[in-house]
Design a protein around this ligand. Structure first.
Ligand code: CP3
Length: 347
């Protein structure tokens, strides 16, 4: 089985020769080649130049035996097209200069046509596909409405107080904001699929700050619309969040062929809560890649044992790969995952 089959088959919950593996944030600072290129450009220049974004997407694919590529972009980019002034400050991460706080702020947000506002991402996808077609599948992605709303509302701080304030005090405004974000995200994801992305991941990275009741009322209906549109278009999808142990059944209800699970839950417990008819992605703690050598094989094996070689497991970290991660640890991790079936047999 080639690298091209494994990941797509797992997304369809079909048997594979071994578990497919890719890493969130695999295109980025843990790689020396990325850091070298990054010295010459700002982050926005890199995202907005399709040739550079395509080259960065391919860096980890060239260096490691990964089973999928993910396009180099950022979840916050669609906010720009909606009228939000976005900056990636060199030290502090993303900052928003005109946070969305009032009914009028929400009303002023424009709907962003992906071809017009995000054409550079679509072009990068076309370039990557022409390089790797038939070799390895390409993942497109977008931020989920809640996670995007939390950035749009908070600006830089991330204690979610203002986000929840809008949710509780102005539910009408909140739902209007979520609806605008969900429609923008849906159009962007479908455009990525048309440009050549074969699987789409929705990042709801911060949704774990909500309890199940708030998730069900304020988030689920919006995510469900996105996943229904992807299902109608026939594109496999991954629904990712962190700190979501108690939200997993609701995330399943919202949609996604594969549900992302972080390291705070045992994989088999999570899978039980999600249900056997969906796949799971995860769930190694990213810090394990920096721990003493003997830990990594134990933790990888534990996850694979808990997955029990059931079809529909995509191996990944529970969140993005951290910048100080040694490249060799990533190499070792990928080998461990791929060699697992033969190891079990030879034990
Ligand atoms: O996974 C990949 O390799 C594809 C590229 C990718 C980036 N951002 C590039 C990036 C993806 C999938 C993202 C998603 C993203 N961006 C999320 C959701 C996933 C997650 O990690 O929770 C979020 C919350 C963001 C917002 C964001 N972008 C933050 C908070 C930061 C600063 C903190 C950080 O990690 O640096 C960014 C910047 C960013 N986006 C970088 C990269 C490679 C850092 C680049 C650099 O400084 O050189």
């Amino acid at each position: 089985m080639s690298r091209s089959d494994r990941f797509l088959k797992a997304c369809r919950m079909e048997e594979t020769d071994c578990t497919p593996v890719w890493l969130m944030r695999q295109a980025g600072r843990f790689m020396a080649v990325y850091r070298q290129l990054r010295e010459r450009y700002t982050l926005l220049e890199m995202f907005k130049t399709p040739e550079i974004a395509a080259a960065v997407t391919l860096q980890p694919i060239t260096a490691f035996e990964l089973d999928a590529a993910i396009i180099f972009a950022d979840i916050l980019l669609p906010l720009e097209g909606m009228g939000i002034r976005l900056e990636f400050a060199e030290k502090d991460g993303p900052r928003i200069h005109n946070p969305v706080r009032t009914d009028a702020d929400v009303a002023a947000l424009r709907m962003c046509d992906p071809e017009e506002c995000l054409g550079y991402v679509l072009q990068a996808i076309r370039l990557v596909r022409s390089e790797i077609d038939g070799k390895i599948p390409l993942i497109g992605f977008a931020g989920a409405p809640f996670t995007l709303a939390s950035y749009a509302i908070e600006g830089a701080a991330r204690n979610f107080i203002r986000t929840k304030e809008m949710m509780y005090e102005n539910p009408g405004t909140w739902h209007q904001l979520m609806d605008k974000l969900a429609r923008t995200v849906t159009a962007f994801l479908l455009a990525q699929a048309r440009a050549g992305a074969q699987v789409l991941q929705l990042f709801d990275s911060w949704v774990g700050c909500l309890g199940p009741a708030d998730y069900g009322e304020f988030v689920l209906p919006h995510c469900r619309k996105i996943f229904l549109a992807l299902k109608d278009a026939g594109i496999p999808s991954i629904h990712f969040g962190t700190a979501t142990a108690d939200l997993l059944p609701l995330m399943r209800e919202a949609g996604g062929d594969i549900i992302g699970v972080d390291w705070r839950t045992h994989l088999d417990d999570a899978w039980r809560r999600i249900g056997p008819d969906r796949g799971v992605q995860g769930n190694l703690d990213p810090v394990t890649l920096m721990a003493p050598e003997s830990l990594l094989p134990r933790r990888v094996r534990e996850i694979l044992d808990r997955a029990g070689r059931r079809p529909g497991h995509v191996f990944n970290l529970g969140h993005g790969v951290l910048p100080p991660t040694p490249e060799d640890s990533v190499r070792i991790l990928i080998d461990l995952v791929h060699e697992f079936p033969s190891r079990v047999i030879s034990d």
